[in-house]
Design a protein around this ligand. Structure first.
Ligand code: DON
Length: 317
């Protein structure tokens, strides 16, 4: 572990500007050469490896952007926090976590983990738990997916958001591991529906957005589920605590423990190259760079977050 040199005292976050972000972005731009764009979903392999964007939504919902902020990418696993919020709002936390754990993991996101032993997924952030979570959202056919899409549109106030059909088709036709998990959980009595429920998971992963949208999602959970413009329709302290605690424990997969030492903030990554970060009570951060490390986390994205966190002493600890 490299020495972590954070600023020693709180630095006023209102001094963050687009200039701050662009200088951090430039310092980290070349990290993409050290990672790899995800290609296990063939359509993802077509992404432009050197695209990079950095966005912050700070006090009073003020937005700061730099880089390729209009570049869209798929949210992938970041959709899991939205699905968790909806499932818990509908079913209650106890009923959802009766079927899965609050555990962290030392295994990759697509690992079967203890589906074969206790029968239950470790947490709602790994694929198994996320597939199960989405299956718990009520409604026939694609209704659960549409609820997730609507919630992402609401949080980002971006009605034009939609899912990428070719990424969805690509996930559906190659996602045999996910299909295996789905049927094992069905065998274990945790899932009762048909493969439409798995399709909803593939669709939610294929929702396209920008780094700015991710920063707004981070802001939402950082602020008790209040939107960046102050709308408090979904305000819920406990749901925000739950989602943030899962992000901290398992949001960066098996890297989560080391990440919490280095960054110290609830964060969620996706293999599309996005990461959303919640700075509780303060702000949201969204980054994008599609080149990933061996855990499936954006490499340049991680380093941009780390630099901002060090500079402004944003770690919780
Ligand atoms: O199910 C999958 O494999 C992808 N749709 C999502 C995985 C993902 O984003 C994991 N991320 N780091």
């Amino acid at each position: 572990l490299n020495t972590v040199m954070h600023a020693q005292k709180a630095v006023d976050i209102s001094t963050i500007s687009e200039k701050t972000l662009s200088s951090i972005l430039e310092q980290n731009r070349t990290y993409y050469t050290q990672g790899k764009v995800a290609d296990y979903i063939p359509e993802l392999g077509k992404m432009d490896a050197n695209a990079i964007a950095f966005s912050v939504v700070g006090k009073n919902g003020k937005v700061f952007n730099t880089g390729d902020v209009h570049k869209k990418f798929t949210m992938q696993s970041i959709s899991k926090i939205i699905a968790l919020m909806i499932a818990v709002n509908e079913k209650g936390e106890a009923n959802v976590f009766d079927k899965m754990g609050y555990f962290g993991s030392d295994k990759p996101f697509n690992h079967f983990s203890n589906l074969e032993t206790t029968g239950k997924p470790l947490n709602p952030m790994m694929n198994a738990g996320a597939i199960l979570t989405t299956s718990l959202i009520s409604g026939e056919g694609e209704k659960p997916f549409l609820k997730i899409l609507d919630m992402v549109r609401y949080i980002t106030k971006n009605q034009a958001l939609d899912y990428n059909k070719s990424v969805y088709e690509s996930e559906k036709s190659t996602g045999h591991r996910n299909r295996g998990m789905f049927y094992l959980m069905k065998n274990n009595g945790l899932i009762s529906g048909n493969e439409d429920q798995l399709d909803n998971y593939f669709k939610q992963c294929s929702i396209e957005l920008t780094a700015e949208d991710l920063a707004k999602i981070g802001y939402f959970f950082a602020n008790q589920c209040v939107r960046f413009d102050g709308d408090s329709t979904y305000k819920n302290v406990e749901v925000a605590r739950l989602v943030e605690s899962q992000m901290l424990t398992a949001g960066m997969y098996e890297f989560s423990g080391e990440y919490s030492r280095m960054v110290g903030l609830p964060s969620k990554s996706g293999v599309g190259g996005g990461i959303t970060v919640s700075v509780p009570g303060k702000m949201g951060i969204g980054v994008f760079s599609p080149s990933l490390d061996q855990h499936g986390n954006s490499l340049a994205g991680y380093h941009m977050i780390l630099d901002l966190v060090k500079q402004y002493n944003l770690s919780l600890f």
